[in-house]
Design a binder for this molecule. Sequence first.
Ligand SMILES: Nc1nc2c(ncn2[C@@H]2O[C@H](COP(=O)(O)OP(=O)(O)OP(=O)(O)O)[C@@H](O)[C@H]2O)c(=O)[nH]1
Length: 343
Amino acid sequence: MLSKTPATIVTGFLGAGKTTLIRSLLERAGGRRLALIINEFGDVGIDGEILRACGNPTCTEDDVIELANGCLCCTVADDFVPAIEKLLARPQPPEHIIIETSGLALPKPLVQAFHWPAIKSRVTVDGVVAVVDAAAAAEGRFAPDPAALAAQKAESGTVDHETPIEEVFEDQLLCADLIVVNKTDLVAAADLARVEDLIRGALNRDAKLLRAANGSVDPLVLLGVGGAVEDDLANRPSHHDDEEGHDHDDFTSFVVELPAQPDPAALTRLLEEVAGVHGVLRLKGFIDVPGKPMRLLVQGVGTRIQTHYDRLWKPDEPRRSRLVVIGETGLDREAVTRAVGGV
Ligand SMILES: Nc1nc2c(ncn2[C@@H]2O[C@H](COP(=O)(O)OP(=O)(O)OP(=O)(O)O)[C@@H](O)[C@H]2O)c(=O)[nH]1
């Protein structure tokens, strides 16, 4: 019998560092033939662009398949299974497949997809890796502080139900074999320990925790879990186990088209402010800075905005400035568009 091709699912909330981790992995793949399937929330395929721009010889155009704008687990038959089949049919099929889910995806239904007859006999899920933004977790973005919960209970006798963000975060942890506690450079040691306690408190079984900055994790550890996860779903509870499918009503995304930006520092300050005022969860896109031959990559996670020039504009490429904005449902599209100077 032919051995199955291993696949690793990389999950983690919006902006946790999944693409950064995969990029670091590609740089250290040691000649191993990897293929990537990337699924994003939002219309513009930014992650695929970032990975292609890394100029890594182990990562050619053909090695990256983008399944944009959709929930992978809901488009299994139409998108996901054909993507896997396409990879396996290549003259040089990949030795390992990496799947980056969107930051809002529930990983469990995706693992379930590996029971589809077309792929079950040929691919196995080696492991589910959950990336956690340690700084955001330390700020209490994914789980309320236990002390605050106790105070709430003492005062009102009840505790608020979990928010959609908390549910997604927990679902991702509960499905994981390996949890990468990322962005350790942004948190103090005591906060990091607190975040790890919070993660362990959410788990129902042993999962390995690894600390990382910029997603730098030993590829042998990341790709060598050896899990056959598709056969271990019973141990991975989800908030949505009792539901037929799931809805996508909790989060929203839209694209804002901007004029060219002569002053990136001013744009960064503006985006920080707008993200804070409107509760934007994630911002990403490319900006045209007049006079600069390179495009400016803008990355926002909460109110933390980072920019850098990632590659030259191609001669035939329109120099457009576009940002994908993601937030909870109710995020005021018009107000955000106006506030950032969108057209
Ligand atoms: N300081 C710091 N920044 C990081 C680290 N890892 C990632 N980032 C930054 O965090 C931002 C988001 O990183 P991504 O790798 O795009 O996150 P992601 O999980 O792929 O995001 P989505 O796909 O949108 O959910 C980028 O600006 C990264 O440069 C880290 O360890 N430390």
